[in-house]
Design a protein around this ligand. Structure first.
Ligand SMILES: Cc1cc2nc3c(=O)[nH]c(=O)nc-3n(C[C@H](O)[C@H](O)[C@H](O)COP(=O)(O)OP(=O)(O)OC[C@H]3O[C@@H](n4cnc5c(N)ncnc54)[C@H](O)[C@@H]3O)c2cc1C
Length: 290
């Protein structure tokens, strides 16, 4: 197998175009598992580690540009305040070794419905910057990025350059159900992000459909009923309806990790819990009793 090692990003894009059969590799925590289990043998690996710009976090016009190669450990250590939902999701990924090597860009490249960063990225309205040598860069809204099971919207000659996110203006939470507390693939996962500046709430569902999903009817419901100016504790009625709308937006299947019914139930519970935590945090920040 050929191993392509570019000198930098521009050369990586040229190699990507010239070697359509080459498989990009960043942390290798998905790619190497596939190789070890002999699930296909790419003609070549395209090593993105020499592209130092992929490891950078930049702040541009009030937004964060998180390089595709930024590992989870950096998200946890450096971005917990600005991207609390993504940092929480990152804390649940694998083990310390996996969090040192694995990257958010790699999670997007793999596009597994069970990837933990996806619900948080959906809830935070992320945008994905991709680039090719021939056409330059373009931005894909996160809702359009996930196409099908393990399929994303990248063209054959494109690479993921960065993830663009607004620093949080309100509380964000991520929750995951698994068979144990660590080193576990999600049975299902959920993220919520409150955006008080636009009076909207974002959601993300993981491991309960062919792709990560947003619960749009649940978001629309919250946009109408959340009492932004007076964040007293939310009523049971609001929480129950939100949970029900999230569960109804999922498209789960029965598989070895859980049944569709269990996933829907767990999602409704996680939705109620995470919204309660987020709303109470907002109330605390606003100086009102939760
Ligand atoms: C023991 C173990 C535990 C794990 N636990 C979890 C977990 O709890 N939660 C979770 O979500 N995942 C988990 N994973 C999966 C994996 O760690 C994550 O998906 C991680 O985010 C992959 O990042 P990476 O940098 O290692 O990607 P790589 O393995 O290098 O690449 C993954 C995919 O993305 C593509 N890719 C990488 N970078 C780019 C780019 N810039 N442009 C285009 N394509 C690109 C690759 O070609 C490949 O298809 C686990 C893996 C292992 C081995």
């Amino acid at each position: 197998m050929e191993f392509l090692r570019p000198g930098g990003w521009a050369e990586a894009l040229e190699l990507r175009a010239a070697h359509p059969g080459a498989h990009p590799i960043q942390g290798g925590t998905d790619v190497m598992v596939e190789l070890n289990f002999d699930k296909g043998r790419p003609a070549a690996l395209l090593d993105l580690n020499p592209c130092r710009e992929l490891q950078r976090v930049e702040r541009i016009d009030g937004k964060l540009r998180v390089g595709a190669g930024v590992p989870y450990v950096k998200v946890i250590r450096e971005l917990g305040l600005e991207l609390p939902g993504l940092a929480q999701a990152a804390r649940t990924v694998g083990s310390p070794q996996i969090r040192n090597r694995g990257s958010v860009g790699g999670n997007l490249g793999a596009a597994s419905p069970a990837g933990d960063s996806h619900p948080a990225l959906l809830a935070a309205y992320a945008e994905i910057e991709v680039e090719s040598a021939a056409r330059g860069s373009r931005i894909i809204p996160i809702d359009d990025f996930y196409v099908w099971v393990k399929k994303n919207a990248l063209e054959a000659d494109e690479l993921i350059r960065a993830i663009w996110l607004e620093p949080a203006t309100g509380p964000q939470y991520f929750s995951k159900v698994g068979t144990r507390n660590a080193m576990v693939i999600a049975v299902c996962a959920f993220a919520v992000a409150l955006h008080p500046h636009t009076r909207t709430a974002g959601t993300g569902i993981g491991s309960s459909g062919p792709t990560p999903l947003r619960a749009r009817p649940a978001e629309e419901f919250l946009a109408h009923v959340l009492p932004w100016d007076d964040p007293a504790p939310l009523s049971d009625e609001i929480l129950r309806e939100f949970g029900a709308l999230v569960a109804a937006s999922a498209k789960p299947i029965d598989d070895v990790r859980g049944t569709a019914d269990y996933r829907r139930h767990a999602l409704s519970v996680m939705a109620r819990r995470t919204l309660t935590w987020a709303w109470n945090d907002l109330a605390a920040v606003n100086g009102r009793a939760a």
